[in-house]
Design a protein around this ligand. Structure first.
Ligand code: AMP
Ligand code: ZN
Length: 478
């Protein structure tokens, strides 16, 4: 937390999906900012699209904490739903064994990406009793009913504001009774129906059944998040977040269930992150166009390079993933980290207020205050660093220390991580680089450019330095 006067005066304005307007972020209760992020569905490894959402939520948290706001961050584990049950049955493992292995993998990925652990990370299975109580409340008030098939559904017609988040226009209730119900956890806007809160046991659920007042069965996905968020954060809290695919039906249904049960506003602010795409399509398990963090690391990139890439797009805009853009992010980050080299991390704790006034720090903060504009923040940081060499020693030290603070705020490392394998430059690559150097000295720019291209194609980047050059792998050293 920074105590400088400049920082404490700054405020984050963030766009609210519910109102389509910007809110100044601050705690409802004047003390702690309570927020809930829908966590991973643990039926396989997270893909880097999922990780985009979790990285942006982490930057949001780090940033408001650095503005002096205390937080309580809850992010659940979805360990019972249609997908976890289906895939655990296929794997032959129990639901618990199956989901725990993917939960561990998720935790490791988060650590590698420097995503802070939430204050609470509840399992949906561990909160089934809360979910049952919430369904009972809804039935008592006429907002839910048990259908002939034994499952319990939310009565959409009983909640007049249904559709307010996704701006869904309800066009009359379907005509026959069976058309009025939807059992799947996921469906599109055109198929809105009374959705399942409690699903009666079916043979394909195997041993996964819990007792309830409506017979054995399991909860619907949507009720899980309503129950867990209210358990840890209270009936009204500050912010709720997820990727934009969760706006409908998941978050729409969460609002309906929660507000119908309590009569109070549920989350004040809705923060949604646009998708990571591949070739213009959403990265998703169902489309099979995904990459995992392991694949990123296997290709020689450090997780920090992926984090930098994910921050290089604004959270409200889709970001198209390519390996080339990851390589470019890796090399920009390497350049930035070069400026932070030699800064003692302990200085971060002890630095006085004066270091906050440098030309780097405030523009970055201002950019983040404008709707968490991470690409702008990285842009002004990179421009600012270009002017570093012109400063005297003292000013350079202050700026470098601020750079380290900015990196910390963005969850980026401030020092090089030594690559696991020392990079050895093959003789033929060195020969090409020397040839390029000769061409450059002779001012044969076209030839030098062609040779640079040839090196890049082989995965090597040459950088001109005073009195020589440096050669690095385009992937691998960050
Ligand atoms: P899941 O594990 O499917 O429940 O998703 C975890 C989080 O990742 C949710 O907030 C999703 O909205 C989000 N998500 C899913 N696909 C993408 C994507 N391609 N880009 C960004 N976020 C995504
Ligand atoms: Zn959720």
């Amino acid at each position: 937390m920074y105590t400088a006067a400049t920082v404490s005066k700054m405020e984050l304005s963030l766009r609210n999906t519910l109102t389509r307007e910007s809110d100044v972020i601050g705690p409802l209760d004047g003390a702690t900012f309570r927020f809930y992020c829908c966590g991973p569905t643990v039926y396989g490894p997270a893909h880097i699209g999922n990780l985009r959402t979790f990285v942006l939520q982490d930057v949001f948290r780090r940033f408001i904490e650095s503005l002096g706001i205390e937080t309580c961050h809850v992010r659940n584990i979805t360990d019972v739903d249609d997908k976890t049950i289906r895939e655990s049955q296929r794997s032959g493992l129990s639901l618990q064994e199956f989901t725990q292995q993917w939960q561990r993998k998720f935790t490791n990925d988060c650590q590698a990406l420097n995503i802070l652990p939430p204050a609470h990370e509840p399992s949906a299975v561990a909160h089934i009793a809360d979910q049952i109580r919430l369904i009972e409340r809804l039935i008592d008030q006429g907002h839910a009913y048990q259908a002939e098939n034994g499952s319990v559904y939310f009565r959409i017609s009983s909640f007049k504001e249904y559709g307010k988040l996704s701006r869904l226009k309800l066009s009359g209730i379907q005509k026959n009774a069976s058309d009025r119900l939807v059992d799947n956890d996921e469906y599109d806007k055109e198929s809105w129906r009374d959705f399942a809160l409690w699903k009666t046991w079916k043979s394909e659920d195997g041993p996964n059944r819990w007792e309830s007042p409506w017979g054995p069965g399991r909860p619907g996905w949507h009720i899980e998040c309503s129950a867990m968020s209210m358990h840890y954060l209270g009936e009204s809290f500050d912010l709720h977040s997820g990727g934009i695919d969760l706006i409908f039906p998941h978050h729409e249904n969460e609002i309906a269930q929660s507000e119908a049960a309590t009569g109070k506003p549920f989350a004040q602010h809705w923060f949604h992150i646009a998708h990571l795409r591949v070739n213009g399509e959403k990265m998703s398990k169902s489309l099979g166009n995904l990459y995992t963090l392991d694949e990123v690391v296997d290709r020689g990139f450090q997780p920090a390079a992926l984090r930098y890439l994910l921050l290089s797009g604004h959270y409200r805009q889709p970001l198209n993933f390519t390996w080339e853009s990851l390589a470019a992010a890796a090399s920009t980050l390497r350049r930035i980290l070069g400026h932070a080299e030699g800064v003692d991390p302990e200085l971060l704790e002890n630095a006085g207020d004066t270091s906050l006034e440098t030309f780097i720090f405030n523009p970055v903060l201002e950019a983040l205050c404008e709707d968490l504009n991470t690409p702008k923040a990285l842009g002004v940081l990179n421009v600012g660093l270009q002017g570093l060499k012109a400063l005297d020693d003292g000013a350079q030290q202050a700026a470098r220390r601020d750079l380290a603070r900015i990196l910390q705020m963005l969850g980026l490392p401030w020092q090089f991580q030594k690559s696991r394998t020392e990079t050895r430059v093959p003789p033929e690559v060195e020969a090409l680089a020397l040839q390029r150097e000769k061409a450059r000295i002779a001012h044969k720019w076209d030839e030098a450019d062609l040779l640079r291209e040839a090196l890049l194609k082989q995965g090597w980047e040459v950088r001109d330095e005073v009195g020589g050059f440096e050669i690095n792998r385009t992937e691998g050293n960050v």
